[in-house]
Design a protein around this ligand. Structure first.
Ligand SMILES: [Zn+2]
Length: 426
């Protein structure tokens, strides 16, 4: 396998250099040619690619950018990332690209429990967003029967589920099963009577926070498993029934590296290692991704053989590198803070906010506000959380316990890190 992967890597770099001005310029700047790739670890010689560069390249050379390699005649689908700002980032696919993403996606869905006898309710958005149509076709590739439902219209989904009778698999965001249960309960229907036996959840972290998965599984009487992917590359990792981290299921299609998000230095994928996931496609042809920075921070939770017999490292997503902050030389991720706080359920409800009092380099400990279900014994609770943060994350912080509802609940993404110092403007 290693030998064929080296061959695919060399081919990818060769086609990128031959076919795109973007990669030709990057490699010549780095003083490299495709011949420099002799073994798999040589991938670390290649320069990183960041989405901001690809976005700029699309703006300069519309529609697909100077990193486009295949001719338009060979491109059979166009999708896009939702894009928090500005115009969507376009993702062209050739037939080979689609086959590669279905293959990876099907491996992930299978690992997470999908089987041909499952009727899949696909509840992600069918639009430019890849989570809808592309993931739908990954389930079909795995042999499942898929109902293209999309988000919203929850009342009608419940009526449809009652009509379908047979065991069903829900594919949605992690938050949706609870929303669906609330709507069912409001209509006087016990979710457990709806025959949902499996849930595969994608799109955001949180499933691993203490109590979250258990609540979904208890409410529905189903299994709940997470998959991880990026809009650009599709699904690449999934939990199995051992529920001990996500298996990277990329062999032959994508190379996965872990790097220090600040220095870019490679980090070996051994147990306990934490770093940013960097991905290189081996089988993409419309536009390849070479050492693509995901900005997602992963921890290797185990590198032992899993109970399900799969080998290789298993990862857990810990947050975004953009959310990382450094206190007294220790890298801290908000999701890791949430994991520690969640250990104190049911005394806490999982709502929290980190307040930074100083620009980096930070010596003053941040304040962490935690909502507690009852304020009785709040001093002892604050002390216990402070001690646990120190033990688990080596983080020194002031912990303040406040009543439920003290923190804001915005409609969109909840800000977990707030800067309480004036930021320098450029
Ligand atoms: Zn496993």
């Amino acid at each position: 396998l290693e030998e064929s992967q080296v061959e695919y890597l060399r081919q990818t770099v060769t086609s990128a250099v031959d076919g795109s001005r973007f990669y030709r310029a990057k490699l010549s700047q780095a003083g490299l040619s495709p011949d420099a790739i002799r073994e798999l670890s040589d991938v670390s010689l290649l320069p990183f690619t960041d989405k901001s560069e690809l976005r700029a390249s699309q703006e300069q050379a519309p529609p697909f950018g100077e990193h486009q390699v295949a001719s338009f005649d060979d491109i059979v689908r166009l999708q896009a990332t939702s894009g928090t700002s500005g115009s969507p980032f376009l993702l062209p696919y050739t037939r080979e690209d689609l086959w590669s993403s279905y293959e990876l996606g099907a491996r992930c869905m299978w690992c997470a429990g999908a089987r041909p006898q499952d009727l899949v309710l696909e509840c992600l958005g069918y639009s430019l967003y890849v989570g809808g149509m592309t993931d739908h076709l990954c389930f079909e590739h795995a042999g499942c029967c898929v109902l293209p439902y999309g988000p919203g219209q929850t009342d009608r989904l419940i009526a449809t589920m009652r009509q379908l009778v047979r065991p069903m698999l829900l594919y949605s965001t992690p938050a949706y099963p609870q929303r669906l249960a609330e709507v069912a309960a409001a209509a006087g229907i016990d979710p457990r009577d709806l025959n949902l036996t499996k849930a595969i959840l994608s799109g955001e972290g949180g499933l691993t926070a203490a109590g979250y998965r258990e609540t979904i599984e208890d409410t529905w009487g189903c299994t709940a498993r997470g998959v991880y992917g990026t809009a650009e590359l599709g699904c690449i990792a999934a939990e199995c029934d051992a529920v001990d981290g996500m298996h990277l299921l990329t062999a032959g299609h994508v190379l996965v590296e872990l790097v220090d998000p600040v220095s870019g230095t490679s980090i070996p994928m051994t147990q306990g290692a934490v770093g940013e996931l960097v991905l290189t496609t081996l089988r993409r042809t419309a536009a390849m991704y070479i050492r693509y920075r995901t900005h997602d921070i992963a921890e290797v939770v185990s590198s032992d053989r899993c109970a399900c017999t799969r080998g290789g490292p298993r990862i857990q997503i810990r947050g975004r590198s953009d959310d990382m902050f450094i206190v007294r030389g220790v890298n801290v991720y908000p999701m890791a803070v949430l994991d520690v706080i969640s250990r104190f359920r049911p005394d806490v409800n999982g709502e929290f906010q980190i307040r930074l009092h100083q620009p980096p380099p930070m010596e003053v400990p941040p304040s962490i506000i935690v909502e507690a279900v009852t304020l009785a014994g709040s001093t002892a609770l604050a002390d216990a959380i402070r001690a646990e943060l120190k033990t688990v994350l080596n983080l020194t912080a002031d912990v303040e316990v406040q009543p439920v509802g003290a923190l804001p609940r915005p409609e969109g993404k909840t800000p977990r890190v707030v800067k309480s110092y004036p930021e320098e403007t450029e």
